[in-house]
Design a protein around this ligand. Structure first.
Ligand code: G4F
Length: 336
């Protein structure tokens, strides 16, 4: 029988890769999206363009229990992937209240509606390595204590515990992925990797002359989003629910990312990158480095591709995006 999956946050990087992956496995894919996304499909559904005709979208507002309940009462799902969140850490410092409200209540509403209407639906919660924050050990694994350093991190710790509590209290199949940073050409422009790959392409195309960044010494364990959605699915296929760290096992600094990204376009990052104190965070997570041994052993999951491959793919994709602009400019100055 065809399995039905529900994805919250389907319009984002991970949601779009997951939708494609599940369609490839023969799933019927449903997505919860804000009504405004349905009204502005060109902008808000752009990542889903290749699969739009094959998925079912439902207007829902995760800030409203009634809205979430309404969708769950009309559709029976086998699996629910809860990816939707205010996921930009810096923004969570600017408005901690709405980040906490959306991320914590949204998770609670979905869990509660599922418990009421579809207690056998398997549930995936998108936990984050930001939960480790001021890390207590390196590398970080499932047993490493949490010490979040931002409203975003705190909201993810709360979501993690909500999901665990529904598992323990009501016997629901709830899994938490503790995903380290994962990137791709579909990454939002506010995150540092995309800011860099886009910045390189803009500079190369003559649209910008510098790139202003914050802390270049922060270290992250960066993988490819396409690999990480496979892990989400694998978690829900096990005999019993559990929590898993998903990471590459390598850590690199923002500076290293810059160096490789600019070099990909034949540029030296030191000539273009300017450090800007206004981009620094009030409390930084200095080092993230994951140990995904459990996922590798139990889920038989492993990442594909290297850090360099990821940087190359992102920069090349953004160079392609900006090429038409450069060509148009050149054409404009060509004599007849
Ligand atoms: O790319 P970032 O904004 O990602 P961050 O904060 O690590 O969070 C991402 O990964 C988490 C998983 O660990 C997710 F849960 C979360 O939703 C998100 O996807 O920043 C990475 C690092 C930080 O240390 C930041 O201070 O880059 C540093 N950085 C330096 N300059 C910058 C900049 N970050 C951004 N966004 N912009 C800068 O100009």
């Amino acid at each position: 029988m065809t399995k039905k999956a529900c994805i919250t946050g389907i319009t984002g990087q991970d949601g779009s890769y997951l939708a494609e992956y599940l369609l490839g496995l023969g799933y019927e894919v449903h997505g919860l999206v804000r009504r405004v996304a349905l009204e502005q499909p060109e902008q808000r559904l752009s990542r889903l363009r290749p699969v739009l005709k094959r998925i079912h979208l439902h207007a829902a507002n995760l800030d409203s229990y009634a809205s979430v309940f309404h969708v769950c009462s009309r559709n029976a799902f086998d699996e629910c992937y809860h990816l939707a969140a205010q996921s930009f850490v810096a923004e969570s410092f600017a408005d901690g209240f709405s980040t906490m409200a959306t991320n914590i209540n949204g998770t609670h509403y979905i869990l509660s509606a599922l418990r009421e209407l579809q207690p056998n639906c398997k549930f995936y919660f998108a936990g984050s390595s930001e939960m480790f924050g001021k890390v207590k050990e390196t590398p970080q694994r499932e047993t490493t204590p949490f010490h979040p350093r931002s409203p975003y991190g705190i909201s993810k710790v709360a979501g993690f515990h909500l999901s665990m509590n529904y598992r323990e209290a009501y016997g629901m199949y709830c899994c938490n992925g503790i995903l380290f940073n994962h990137e791709s050409p579909r990454r939002g422009y506010e995150f540092v990797t995309r800011k860099i790959s886009d910045g390189v392409a803009r500079i190369q195309a003559g649209l910008a002359s510098e790139l202003r960044l914050g802390n270049l010494e922060a270290r992250r364990d960066w993988g490819h989003a396409r690999d990480y959605v496979r892990a989400m699915h694998l978690m829900l296929q096990q005999p019993s629910p559990d929590d898993y760290v998903i990471a590459t096992g390598e850590t690199h600094s923002v500076r290293e990312f810059c160096e490789l990204a600019f070099a990909e376009a034949g540029l030296d990052y030191r000539e273009y990158v300017k450090q800007d104190a206004s981009v620094y965070r009030p409390a930084e997570v200095d080092l993230l480095w994951g140990d995904s041994s459990k996922a590798r052993a139990v889920l038989q999951w492993q990442p594909t591709g290297s850090f360099t491959d990821l940087v190359t793919e992102m920069v090349q994709a953004d160079l392609q995006l900006h090429l038409p602009a450069r060509n148009a400019d050149l054409a404009a100055v060509q004599p007849d």
